[in-house]
Design a protein around this ligand. Structure first.
Ligand code: GDP
Ligand code: IMO
Ligand code: MG
Length: 420
């Protein structure tokens, strides 16, 4: 068997959680491969609305095994809260969640460094979720980090103290007040909870599953334009969010990758700082935000909204080798007289059709206009019943990117999904 990958093609929040939950019954295993509690993946079914941060979005399907891979960074406090939230709605996942020993731990001091560093940046801040993601990945690549496998080591506390003391020295550079002790107590409780789960070498686990004929879906976090290498650097996250990240974040060889399912919103959003060529800082942007409930699932911050950006989408499709597309939140476009798609940018006097290295410099979008539709499409469950104007919008995207749109999502609920 090959491993399918589902990932975001924009700046995150494309609806990955919802779609993974929809697709989960087709797979034996759902695996997260990068990111950490900066992610907020929302799932809605029956009367339940739930946001997951570290835990894969297959947990609501009792038959599904969920893996937190080596590429993920884990905050034991947030992990514990997630488990408690699941227990409140009677989901005990101790038996169907396994965690890689190679996954790195977010320490309380990583979160503090994140906050101190962002505060010191002032206007140039990244707009981080302040979950300690950047400092944790820095310690990973700097070869200082603590991993899940360390927690069963009798010298774990010494290792923890050693790294925390190093961080305290670093924090002296910043004029930043903090209280570590308050958070530490919860953190060590979270560590004890993690010990109750099956801690594995997930690279073997994943490859054994594939060799044994089990199907796996890797669930991306963030989005391609937040990738550490190819995103709008430095306004990015600290991991490889692209398909290649699934190989390094799970221990799967590139020739084991099967379908690459790219998910995009019918428009664009971004939360945090950084360039956003098609951003609408006007009433239309406000309508997208209110109709789309565009507020961060992790931080509650209002998301910046704008029209679909085709050069950026093509770039994401190229980087990931996308084989099929899913479009979400098209229902949010209902009611607009006209809808725009950015086809090119004006950049330094030239019209260009690609996302350039200089994305942080002003890029003026060039738009193609489409007719809108007024009908409520959120309850439609057959593709052929969709308004013609919407079908034309989708046809145009397909003709430009040359990848089929296989699923159309028309609302937050599991049921509001059309599979073509
Ligand atoms: P993720 O991070 O990619 O999993 O996405 P988020 O959960 O952060 O944000 C997506 C938001 O849109 C959530 O509130 C979802 O419940 C919601 N959502 C997902 N798909 C749709 C859709 O097709 N239409 C509408 N209106 N909302 C959707
Ligand atoms: P999901 O998985 C949207 C953004 C932050 C910030 C930048 C760096 O829900 O799509 P970090 O906390 O990683 O240091 O933040 O990346 N960001 C996200 N934006 N969705 C996410 O995850 C994000 N995770 C991080 O807002 O701009
Ligand atoms: Mg999200």
């Amino acid at each position: 068997m090959k491993l399918d990958v589902l990932l975001g093609l924009q700046w995150g929040d494309e609806g990955k959680g919802k779609i993974v939950d929809v697709l989960a019954p087709k797979y034996n295993v759902i695996a997260r491969f990068q990111g950490g509690p900066n992610a907020g993946h929302t799932l809605e079914f029956n009367d339940i609305k739930h946001v997951l941060h570290t835990i894969p979005s297959g947990v609501f399907r009792p038959e599904t095994i969920n893996i937190i891979g080596n590429g993920v960074v884990i905050d034991p406090v947030i992990f514990m809260q997630e488990i408690e939230e699941l227990q409140k709605i009677n989901f005990d996942i101790t038996h169907n969640l396994i965690i890689s020993k190679r996954a790195h731990l977010i320490l309380p001091s990583h979160r503090i460094i994140d906050a101190a560093s962002e505060a010191a940046k002032g206007k140039t801040k990244i707009g981080s979720t302040l979950k300690g993601i950047g400092p944790t990945y820095m310690d990973k690549t700097g070869r200082n980090g603590l991993r899940i496998g360390d927690i069963i080591n009798p010298e774990f506390k010494e290792k923890y103290d050693f790294l925390t003391n190093k961080h305290k020295e670093l924090l002296k550079q910043y004029d930043f007040e903090y209280n570590l002790e308050k958070y530490e107590e919860e953190w060590f409780k979270g560590i004890e909870l993690i010990k109750k789960f099956k801690l594995v070498e997930s690279e073997h686990e994943v490859n054994n599953f594939l060799n044994g004929g089990k199907s796996i879906l890797a669930e991306g976090a963030q989005g391609t334009l937040l990738d550490i290498d190819f995103g709008s650097y430095p306004f990015v996250t600290s991991s490889n969010t692209i398909c290649a990240g699934a190989c390094t974040g799970l221990g799967v060889a590139p020739n084991k990758i099967g379908n690459v399912i790219g998910i995009f919103k019918a428009y664009c959003t971004r939360v945090g700082s950084g360039p956003f060529p098609t951003e609408l800082e006007n009433d239309e942007g406000g309508i997208l935000r209110s109709q789309g409930h565009e507020f961060g699932a992790t931080t509650g911050r209002p998301r910046r909204c704008g029209w679909l950006d085709l050069p950026a989408l093509k770039y994401a499709i190229m980087l990931n080798g996308v084989t099929e597309l899913i479009v979400t939140k098209a229902d949010v476009l209902t009611g607009f007289d006209t809808i725009q798609i950015c086809t090119h940018y004006n950049f330094n006097g030239d019209e260009i059709s690609y996302l350039p290295y200089e994305i942080n410099q002003p890029l003026e979008p060039v738009y193609k206009e489409f007719k809108g539709w007024k009908e409520d499409i959120s309850k439609i469950n057959k593709y052929a019943e969709l308004p013609q104007a919407f079908i034309e919008y989708l046809n145009y995207i397909e003709s430009e990117v040359k990848i089929p749109i296989k699923i159309v999502s028309l609302g937050p609920n599991r049921e509001q999904t059309i599979v073509r």
